[in-house]
Design a protein. Structure first.
Length: 273
């Protein structure tokens, strides 16, 4: 998909199958494997630095550096996991999105999980202000850019995550989001409820243990985009752990999962158009 077709594809289909990369190398491999578009994963980026996720350990500068490298490496659209907008004020969020667009991104997200708050969620009003700021930055350009809004209720302890998620996501839709995202939805009833409650295109996170709805069925239901979150990065680290554990026991089964050096040379030797 051409990067400037990303926004249009959300409304016209077919469903976008978007894996999440953590650096230029993983993004290039995903593109070579046929990804429609590529998202970043803040968890994956911070894990490369041996730091935890959801602790505010990824700075805006580190995020932007990874985005610049990924956008310079692939031709498909790149959507950025930009957490809460990497700013304490709407003005800082607006600046973040200006920088994402300058880096070559064609999408970015605002979530209501507090970057430094552990299990805390930001208020609806505070998140809407951030969405408005991001929207303002986007609308000052002629770049077709997809603004995604995320309600994170299922990712924290919550007495009624579905009801609160729907309340939040409708407010974010009204604030100008181009795509809506409730990470943590696992069953058909939840997804159908979301789809029937909004008019804006919906992203579903499929990178969760136990998620078993076929992707073709999600598309038939009306889902416009799927993403994998940090799951591919976590699977990669799982392979590293298991390979080394096996190595100490005399097991070399990990060799069966290798991409050959010759194939990597072909993939990484590709010249960006």
């Amino acid at each position: 998909m051409h990067k400037d077709a990303f926004l249009k594809r959300h409304s016209e289909g077919p469903m976008i199958r978007m894996p999440n990369a953590w650096d230029a190398g993983s993004a290039r491999i995903m593109e070579a494997a046929g990804a429609d578009a590529i998202a970043t994963t803040s968890a994956g980026i911070v894990y490369t630095m041996a730091r935890p996720d959801y602790e505010g350990d990824l700075s805006r500068e580190e995020c932007l550096r990874a985005v610049e490298e990924i956008c310079a490496t692939v031709d498909v659209p790149v959507s950025v996991d930009s957490e809460d907008g990497y700013g304490d004020t709407p003005e800082e969020v607006e600046e973040t999105f200006q920088k994402l667009i300058q880096a070559g991104a064609r999408g970015g997200s605002i979530e209501d999980h507090a970057r430094f708050g552990g299990d805390d969620l930001m208020s609806i009003e505070g998140t809407v202000a951030r969405i408005h700021a991001a929207r303002q930055a986007i609308d000052k350009t002629d770049v077709p850019f997809v603004l995604t809004a995320r309600a994170e209720c299922f990712l924290v302890p919550h007495p009624d995550p579905m009801a609160d998620s729907l309340k939040r996501i409708k407010a974010y839709e009204d604030a100008g989001a181009d795509c809506l995202y409730i990470p943590g939805l696992r069953d058909r009833a939840q997804i159908s409820t979301l789809l029937n409650s909004v008019e804006t295109p919906v992203n579903i996170l499929v990178g969760m243990p136990g998620f078993d709805i076929p992707l073709d069925e999600l598309e038939t239901m009306g889902v416009r985009r799927i993403s994998t979150g940090g799951s591919i990065m976590c699977a990669t680290l799982g392979l590293v752990r298991d390979a080394v554990a096996g190595l100490t026991a005399g097991d070399l089964d990990y060799l069966d999962r290798m991409i050959t050096h010759a194939d990597l040379t072909k993939i990484f030797g590709k010249q960006k158009q």
